[in-house]
Write a protein that binds this ligand. Sequence first.
Ligand code: WTA
Length: 650
Amino acid sequence: MSETPNTIDDLLAEQRKFVPPPEFVANSLMVGTHLYEEAARDDEGFWARQAADLVTWDTEWDQICEWDLPYAKWFLGGRLNVSYNCLDRHVLAGAGDKVAIHWEGEPGDTRTITYAEMLDEVQRCANVLRSLGVSAGDRVNIYLPMIPEAAVAMLACARIGAVHSVVFGGFSSQALADRINDAEATLLITADGGYRRGEVFPLKPAADEALAMSSSVRNVLVVKRGGNPVEMLEGRDHWYHDMIEAADPVCPAEPFDAEQLLFLLYTSGTTGKPKGIMHTSGGYLTHVTFTHKYVFDLHPETDVYWCTADVGWVTGHSYIVYGPMSNGATQVMYEGVPNYPGNDRFWEIVEKYKVTILYTAPTAIRTFMKWGAQEPAKHDLSSLRLLGSVGEPINPEAWMWYHTYIGGGRCPVVDTWWQTETGGIMISPLPGATTTKPGSATFPLPGVTAELLDDAGERVDQGGGYLTLTRPWPGMLRGIWGDPDRYRETYWSRFPDRYFAGDGAKLDAEGYLWLLGRVDDVMNVSGHRISTTEVESALVSHPAVAEAAVVGANDPTTGQAIIAYVITRGGAEVTVEELRSHVATEIGAIAKPKAIFITPDLPKTRSGKIMRRLLRDVAEGRVMGDTSTLADSSIVDELQRRAAETPTED
Ligand code: WTA
């Protein structure tokens, strides 16, 4: 950025406010501000108290935190077993018969798994891993559909101190091979296939292709799910169920050091090579247990929690496996897509399991808006009491739609900002304590210190800036696997002594944080900084618009020009001129898109993030590069065709 982000124009003034509803507050774990005050006085002491209250340790730590910038260690000298915390302690406390997972397969088959059953299978699986030569510190790759075995495999690794590296089942064989090779994994856990949109997608054939490109893997465990034919290589490939059935059911949880590597999770950076983000045990578990409990106001006796993420992403790690299970929650796990067999599948699931807490992504919410409010209206959603959002900035209109049509106007919405690198939620309301504003993630959680800086590194108290974190936190990444230089360079070099998250944000007059997306999503039009998110919000606030993606394309006159791609709601009729005027009315003439393309779909990654880089390429008439990470690459051709045909406004 060439000028200070202080000049980001505060164009969209969101005035609506929602105080925590009295019925919610009456029963909430956290009302008032005492946790914030305690943490502000002594953040390390605050986290140590959470670690002592929420996590079971085999040996107490002798030092809370060692901060050797940019490396932090937490709870030094402490020893624990993460799988013990997620399973054994609940069973020992008498909750063995409590449901851990209500699993819903896409075709409609179901499984109910209690904590005792989960513990039994994890112990067997841990023994299977050992019998295949896996010991503490070894890397195990996991490439599975959304089936309970994914959680079992992760917890089995944790039980024996092995390091898992989960690769999202939608990734290609090449992506899997790259990750196996970088981690030098010795075991791969996969499945024959899984269900998606009514069909079986094969995984084992892709795994075979990946294994042909790598040499470290000696054994493969194959879960049967899709029933599709697969080839099993004698001596290397083993059926999971045979091995589990034959395994010794007892595998005591050995304690490991608090800084034992728990997992690697690969995430894309600005270069082509993905980064293996490293997370360790004691601090990470403390962070996700604390945040899962307080951000979701979890009452484990009565709540039914559902996070719709895939275990292949960090949200699935922290808020399907480790946070909820450490807290002894009952949760729903769903295998498939939201529109199979109908556009109301999610709402059918909420009704069926009486889900009380729902955690999903803005991209999903905007898709539901596109499908229309009649879909949730077909079901009784009155069990819901809290809604969460993660992964992208949520537009005020999407927030309002979620609040109104899913939450029935009665559920607080927690917009949670965090990253693969942060391990757990960092900025979010606490639902019984925080007055929310639609579209704002509100404030850093207790124990988290975020500050905005301008280009010169000066603190910004109001207006736009770069989001930085000033203090170490327990769930923070411990580095990039095999690449300490890249770790320093990516996160710690832009501003001295601070973690730079790569996101822009704005602080309003009341100190609320509004995430603006990655800093490269901030446009500069005729010297005005305008966030793509703000223009998207304005477009989505038009009744005919379901979803919008905005990019800044190079423009010889104005520096950048605003180019918008719009999906209309249920085929509603609207002209481009009407939408341009609407943006002008909402924000100002400066924010009027130069061109608006009405399109049936947007290019998204398989995790649902809009690929703005590709949209910029289309807008600037560039030839498309690699589109293989897209969920549907045909949409790019369609957009290019439309771009060539559509005149632009000047
Ligand atoms: C974005 C997902 C605005 C942000 C947990 C961040 C968000 C990146 C929010 C990390 C939010 C995540 N509001 N933006 N509530 N949550 N982001 O690593 O740009 O897949 O840097 O972690 O997603 O994505 P990641």
